[in-house]
Design a protein around this ligand. Structure first.
Ligand SMILES: *Cc1c(COP(=O)(O)O)cnc(C)c1O
Length: 366
């Protein structure tokens, strides 16, 4: 049991608000896939999935073991594994996960495993590369894919999908439009060779915002669910889902000339009151936030982080804050605070959220 006093509270009402916000942008028939990879963007994938189970059509995870964790938590909804490997194919079937197949090595191996396990029409998803050049078949491979599919009754293509490279960047509109056109051409060639019609999906969060016409049958929403629209104009409509809180472990009053923390990085110029907080870089708080670049909130006031961020702790300046040992500390509870941490740490909110380590206690409030 995780008894860490540093807690990430996942706001269930905010998750639902954000989900509804994107649903309103879509046609009522468009299905929703909630992306819960990387522990639900640093929260708790199983708790988020259990909570949203009856509100979405699909979940996606990156890796097989992430899907297994959802099944072990009792999630019954279909789960797409975006990036399976040869080593996990049996586990995929054992846990009724649905593989996203991206090359012949994994495609052929999956058809073989599905046949050996006696599967019939096991749902698979075909991933096509349309310019991200990360994972996916190319259009030239379609004839061979069709030949293999016709020779197998073990699998059935549940969906075709691709992924946009720059859906948030309107300067890349021509490139993205090209990806949408390529995906449409791939779909036409594949559909012409199949006796049934798989689902199609292409858009992530920013895709839904900027290219809603390409919503096809389903959209894959990740960061938007967790409160960020990759654009301030979208983010204002979303609610923050990740609230990171801790407490004051100890307060020290130090004299001018004394130092705080490793390498004596902070030297007091005057009498200074410091508070030690049980959260450090091992919990996901970047070392770049040290030396007054980052702050926490204590009793409605900003307390700058002084000295270096330690592995397990930070020290903050509370000279001007009325506070006591045991008081609550807000590391972040708004999108602005998360964005500030991301910018100050030289990264994007995706990394700031997913950096929150499993050591932090995670709890979802419905
Ligand atoms: C992570 C991921 C998503 C979700 O993207 P967001 O920008 O977080 O909405 C969608 N599709 C694929 C293939 C992904 O890897």
């Amino acid at each position: 049991m995780n008894t860490h006093v540093t807690i990430l509270e996942i706001d269930g009402k905010a998750l639902v608000h954000n989900l509804d916000y994107f649903k309103e942008k879509l046609q009522t028939t468009t299905k929703i896939l909630a992306v819960v990879k990387a522990f639900g963007y640093g929260s708790d994938g199983a708790q988020v999935a259990k909570f949203l189970e009856h509100k979405v059509d699909y979940f996606a995870v990156a890796y097989t073991h992430e899907g297994v964790a959802l099944r072990e938590a009792g999630v019954q909804t279909p789960i797409l594994v975006l990036h399976p490997h040869l080593q996990n194919l049996e586990v995929i079937i054992d846990f009724k996960l649905e593989p996203g197949l991206y090359n012949f090595k994994i495609f052929n191996a999956f058809l073989k495993v599905a046949k050996e396990k006696g599967s019939a029409q096991y749902p698979i998803h075909l991933k096509f590369n349309t310019g991200l050049n990360r994972l996916g078949f190319s259009a030239t491979e379609i004839p061979t894919i069709l030949t293999q599919l016709h020779a197998s009754t073990a699998v059935k293509v549940q969906s075709l999908f691709s992924h946009l490279a720059a859906s948030e960047d309107l300067e890349e509109k021509a490139f993205t439009t090209g990806q949408i056109e390529q995906f449409t051409a791939i779909k036409e060639e594949l559909f012409a060779g199949l006796k049934y019609t798989p689902m199609l999906h292409l858009l992530n969060t920013s895709g839904v915002v900027n290219y809603p016409k390409a919503q096809f049958d389903m959209v894959r929403i990740g960061i938007g669910l967790y409160g960020f629209g990759n654009d301030a104009k979208e983010t204002v409509h979303l609610k923050n889902t990740h609230n990171l809180k801790s407490i004051i472990s100890q307060i020290h009053t130090i004299a001018a000339g004394e130092t705080v923390g490793y390498n004596r990085a902070f030297a007091a110029k005057a009498t200074t009151k410091t508070a030690t907080i049980p959260i450090g870089h091992a919990d996901g708080l970047s070392r770049r936030l040290g030396n007054t670049k980052g702050f926490v909130r204590i009793n409605q006031q900003n307390a700058p982080i002084i000295g270096n961020v330690c592995m397990d702790m930070i020290m903050v300046d509370v000279t001007h804050i009325d506070c006591s040992e045991g008081d609550e500390v807000i590391v972040f509870n708004t999108q602005e605070m998360i964005q500030h941490i991301a910018t100050t740490s030289g990264t994007i909110v995706y990394e700031t959220l997913t950096a929150i380590s499993p050591r932090v206690h995670k709890t979802l409030t419905p």
